[in-house]
Design a protein around this ligand. Structure first.
Ligand SMILES: [Zn+2]
Length: 291
């Protein structure tokens, strides 16, 4: 019943992604002779989580043409499925950039854009050339030399960032077919530490039927915190945890198609049964705690 608020969202997410095995998504040399240049728009500025439009479509088609798999998308997909930079596309961009030494972030700058799409900067000189304050979703907060990466390791009002070094992926409310995304995806790498945002009691630490490792923590404030897709859970049902305590390691259990922390924040109120708490967009909080 109400319990499924939390868990059904994860199952459906993982179920649809499971249709495309994560392992199939790694390799693939570029087939030769694939033309992706014909309709490549000029580079519009850094592309990142939530960016949309023709340039994103060009990136997606370029990746597919290079033989990379994007969960849920093929060159034969209808046009309406292209054009939004979400978690699945980001995961593929990260693989592509890693394989081509283009850096660790899922953002697409002019160099990556050119590499993927075959776009050539117009030497006439009016190209936007990599300004770091472009439009299109996501945060522009800086951590060291990285833009948009979580980096804050200290507490903010007693709460901690759930994982350091991650990028914002799919946002709250993203279309998941028969439901909307009840949390956000923090794109990260295998094994990265995951911390309790707030102290409280572990109300659930288990492997779901789809194979995803999940942790639900009932916080002292009455909030419910939900962490999903871990490679390892380091706490058990009934454990008391402190804010900032290491509770798990990032992973891709449940075959979501990309290593990430699925994170939900359900503020609730102290008197409520925990499973009645509704999810809210955690991005404002994440910005406070992590950037
Ligand atoms: Zn998610």
């Amino acid at each position: 019943m109400s319990r499924r608020l939390t868990f059904a969202a994860m199952s459906v997410l993982a179920l649809s992604a499971a249709l495309i095995p994560a392992t199939a998504a790694t390799a693939a040399p570029a087939p030769t002779g694939v033309v992706v240049r014909a309709s490549v728009p000029n580079f519009p500025g850094i592309l990142k989580a939530g960016s949309h439009g023709a340039a994103v479509t060009a990136v997606q088609k370029g990746l597919l043409a290079h033989g990379y798999k994007i969960s849920g998308l093929t060159l034969a997909s209808s046009r309406t499925k292209f054009g939004v930079l979400g978690t699945a596309t980001m995961a593929t961009i990260m693989r592509y950039k890693k394989a081509h030494d283009l850096g660790p972030s899922p953002a697409v700058g002019p160099k990556t854009y050119a590499s993927i799409t075959g776009w050539k900067a117009n030497t006439g000189g009016s190209s936007s050339g990599g300004g770091s304050t472009s439009t299109g979703g996501g945060t522009t907060a800086r951590c060291g030399s990285f833009t948009g990466r979580t980096c804050k390791t200290t507490a903010t009002s007693g709460r901690f960032c759930p994982t350091i070094g991650a990028y914002l992926g799919d946002g709250f409310g993203a279309n998941r077919g028969d439901h909307s995304h009840q949390g956000i995806d923090l794109m990260t790498t295998m094994g990265r530490p995951i911390y309790a945002v707030e102290g409280g009691v572990v109300a659930g630490a288990k492997m779901q039927s789809n194979g995803a490792l999940a942790i639900t923590i009932k916080g002292k404030s009455g909030a419910v915190w939900y962490y999903g897709h871990q490679s390892k859970n380091l706490v058990s049902d009934g454990d008391t945890v402190k804010a900032g305590q290491l509770i798990g390691r990032a992973g891709d259990t449940g075959a979501p198609g990309a290593v990430h922390l699925h994170f939900e924040y359900r503020p609730g109120s102290p008197g409520d049964a925990w499973y009645h708490a509704s999810a809210v967009d955690p991005v404002p909080l994440i910005k406070k705690l992590c950037f």
